[in-house]
Ligand binder design. Structure first.
Ligand code: AMP
Ligand code: MG
Length: 414
């Protein structure tokens, strides 16, 4: 019986454990997911300070152009004012320095001129609050800054760093991987024997896992012999949070993953109504979540994207699990199996009106890895739709958001 893709994705997510919450250094937090809401332990800024280099004034003094004031202090960032700014006086001040008592506006240095030793002329009128950064202008103490489930990007971590709030995130998953198949040789192999192919799946999986922030444990090529597979699997389940294999899960006579694990009864070998990526092994081995991906490289990618990526993000505690989808026009039509969710590798661009367009990036068989490398997105042709006419709109699942503009396109002839 074929399983509907979305049903199976739901089941996978239901069965993924959440990893423990840990406090990590700021340097290690990018890409990790907050395990707790962040309530601001302090305000940002924590003190009223100058937004410009210039002069701190009493605004009511400077209600007209060309007012001369006596300079009574000089406040650098990181130092404290030593004088009160009273009517008729001013303090020179640098960006980020605390506003001296008495002052209520900053006049930028550009609109002043020194008249004589210790005196400055303010050329333009000022208003209360000009160029003053108020306490809590960025974040107010006690407010909810970020919610649990947020995957941290550099600016998020930077806000935490500003508040001295160490990130409490879920630990990164440790993922063990191995390739099955007697035909496989290491990718560094120079000359291939007839029938041999280079193992490209581990390179692909390592990249995908690392991009997500997982730690990778590589168990190499384990062939198609149950003994070597089981030996590697035993070690892998001891050290990893998740084990992933490629190959050996379909109907072949030597499909080692299926032959070995079906007996144990904790891994289901399924047919998913999707293309590529129909066969899937999913379950647990010695309590460790296990994904038996198909062998064909494109199937590995699509199965990883549809099952493992959301699953790992869920383990990491993320709220948002699935990639962005944008509507796009399929310029060339396509006929697909109406019984399956079909993922078509496409290149994308935008027309003058900002509409996305997509075209097949090459052969759509699941062994044509090159067409995956050329693709920006997977066009989704859902179950129930067998034909997409040229010019019809489909969902494009963006597998990366690439840079799209050359220097010339972005900057003209500068
Ligand atoms: P299998 O599911 O084991 O029958 O593999 C399906 C196809 O994928 C076969 O043509 C394999 O040679 C190929 N394949 C399996 N594993 C890999 C791998 N690690 N790298 C590249 N191709 C592979
Ligand atoms: Mg095989």
């Amino acid at each position: 019986m074929m399983r509907h893709l979305a049903d199976m994705q739901g089941e996978v997510l239901d069965r993924m454990p959440r990893l423990e919450a840990v406090e990590v250094a700021f340097e290690e937090a990018v890409g990790a997911v907050l395990a707790e809401n962040v309530i601001a332990p302090e305000s940002l800024p924590g003190f009223e300070n100058a937004a410009m280099d210039g002069f701190a004034v009493v605004a009511s003094d400077v209600d007209r152009p060309s007012v001369e004031l006596e300079v009574v202090d000089d406040v650098a960032a990181g130092s404290l004012p030593t004088a009160t700014v009273m009517s008729g006086t001013t303090a020179r001040i640098m960006t980020g320095a605390p506003i001296p008592p008495g002052a209520d506006a900053i006049v930028p240095v550009e609109v002043t001129e020194m008249t004589s030793e210790g005196r400055v002329r303010i050329l333009e009128p000022a208003t209360v609050g000009d160029h003053v950064r108020p306490v809590g202008g960025s974040v107010r103490v006690g407010s909810l800054v970020f919610e649990a489930g947020l995957r941290l990007r550099p600016p998020h971590v930077s806000v935490l760093a500003s508040m001295g709030a160490l990130p409490v995130v879920r630990r990164r998953p440790i993922v063990a991987m191995m390739s099955t198949g007697d035909e496989l040789v290491p990718p560094s192999t120079k000359t291939l024997e007839r029938g041999a192919i280079r193992d490209s799946n581990r390179t692909l999986l390592r990249g995908l896992l690392t991009e997500l922030g997982s730690e990778v444990r590589d168990y190499g090529i384990v062939g198609d012999t149950p003994d070597s597979f089981e030996a590697a699997l035993g070690e892998a389940t001891d050290v990893a949070d998740v084990v992933v294999t490629s190959g050996g899960v379909s109907m072949g006579a030597y499909d080692v993953v299926k032959l070995t694990l079906r007996e144990r009864g904790t891994v289901d070998f399924l047919k998913i109504a999707m293309q590529p990526g129909k066969p899937l092994g999913f379950g647990t081995v010695d309590e460790t979540p296990f994904f038996g991906l198909p062998g064909n490289p494109v199937s590995v990618f699509v199965s990883f994207e549809q099952f493992m990526r959301p699953a790992l993000l869920a383990m990491m505690g993320a709220e948002l699990l699935f990639r962005d989808r944008v509507p796009g026009i399929l310029d060339d039509g396509i006929t697909t199996n109406p019984g399956k969710d079909v993922f078509v590798r496409v290149t994308t661009d935008r027309d003058g009106d900002g509409r996305w367009h997509a075209r097949s990036s090459g052969g759509q068989s699941s062994n044509v890895l090159s067409a995956l490398a050329f693709a920006d997105a997977l066009a989704v042709v859902p179950v129930g739709v067998g034909r997409v006419e040229p010019g019809s709109t489909v969902d494009l699942e963006m597998i990366h958001w690439p840079e799209t503009r050359t220097r010339e396109e972005a900057l003209g002839d500068r």
